[in-house]
Design a protein around this ligand. Structure first.
Ligand code: COA
Length: 246
């Protein structure tokens, strides 16, 4: 089922207020000239990281994704994108090295098959994930390695025609959550449950061993483009989410 999200085109980055999340989508396949401009926005360290990608396509995706991140951060912070200082959490989550104490800007990004998503909010941890729907031979087998027991049961209960959609719903929601907390796959994937049934609201259902923790999180699922799933996790209090196009 396709959701009815309007991706608004913005001439300027809109003002981000407390309790709001801006989700941006972008293509990571610019023309050669734009790519040159993008590369110039990266730090020497980021350019060196770009050079380490084996495949040119991955390198170009990284350069563009990082340049667009810097561009958006620069706009929100009213700074030159090249001067935005980034730091990394213990599991690699990028964050601003210098925060405005009255309005700390949190963000996250994700890319898949040439598309990127970015999420920005104030005061609250956030994580975002996008996945292209690849053909997976054995969804159940993969689900057994990354989903909790109840998620596997929910997936099994779906008619075969909805199983791939359910699989990607769970995958992106789980990723969005583990990215929001900054742990990535270091957080045990079988220790929390997300909803996955198409047509039901996106939710972090429970975190095993902590009955109230799940209530601290809001989850939003959406379709970034045909054949893609997307999900956002953000700490409560409830946030108003808007969708923007770069
Ligand atoms: C690294 C990880 C955080 C995301 O990996 P991913 O899904 O391959 O990649 P995404 O495109 O969604 O996200 C990558 C971006 O997240 C950010 N990121 C990196 N580490 C992060 C962390 N610990 N927490 C949050 N964000 C992180 C970075 O900005 C990175 O982009 P960059 O490398 O261009 O700077 C981690 O969750 C992972 O290794 N996942 C592997 C996939 C998997 O098995 N998922 C199970 C799903 S049920």
């Amino acid at each position: 089922m396709r959701d009815l999200i309007t991706w608004r085109k913005a001439e300027h980055v809109p003002t981000l207020n407390p309790h709001e999340v801006h989700v941006w989508r972008a293509s990571l396949e610019p023309d050669a000239q734009t790519l040159v401009r993008h590369r110039q926005l990266l730090t020497a360290e980021e350019q060196a990281r770009a050079e380490r990608f084996l495949f040119i396509r991955d390198r170009h995706h990284f350069i563009t994704a990082r340049a667009l991140l810097r561009t958006l951060l620069g706009s929100y912070l009213q700074q030159d994108p090249r001067n935005v200082l980034l730091t990394y959490g213990t599991r690699g989550k990028p964050a601003l090295a210098v925060q405005r104490p009255d309005a700390p800007l949190e963000f996250n990004l994700s890319h898949s098959a040439g598309m990127a998503l970015y999420a920005f909010t104030l005061h609250a941890q956030t994580g975002v994930d996008i996945e292209f729907h690849r053909d997976i031979q054995d969804l159940r087998q993969l689900a057994a390695t990354v989903f909790s027991a109840s998620e596997q049961a929910a997936l099994d209960a779906l008619p075969a025609t909805l199983r791939r959609e359910g699989f990607y719903a769970a995958w992106t929601r789980k990723e969005a959550f583990i990215k929001a907390i900054g742990e990535g796959v270091a957080f045990p994937l079988d220790r929390f449950d997300v909803s996955l049934t198409p047509g039901e609201p996106a939710r972090l259902l429970r975190i095993h061993g902590d009955p109230i923790a799940a209530q601290r999180w809001q989850m939003v699922a959406f379709t970034p483009a045909e054949q893609f799933s997307g999900a956002l996790a953000v700490e409560n209090p409830l946030a108003r989410v808007s969708f923007w196009e770069l």
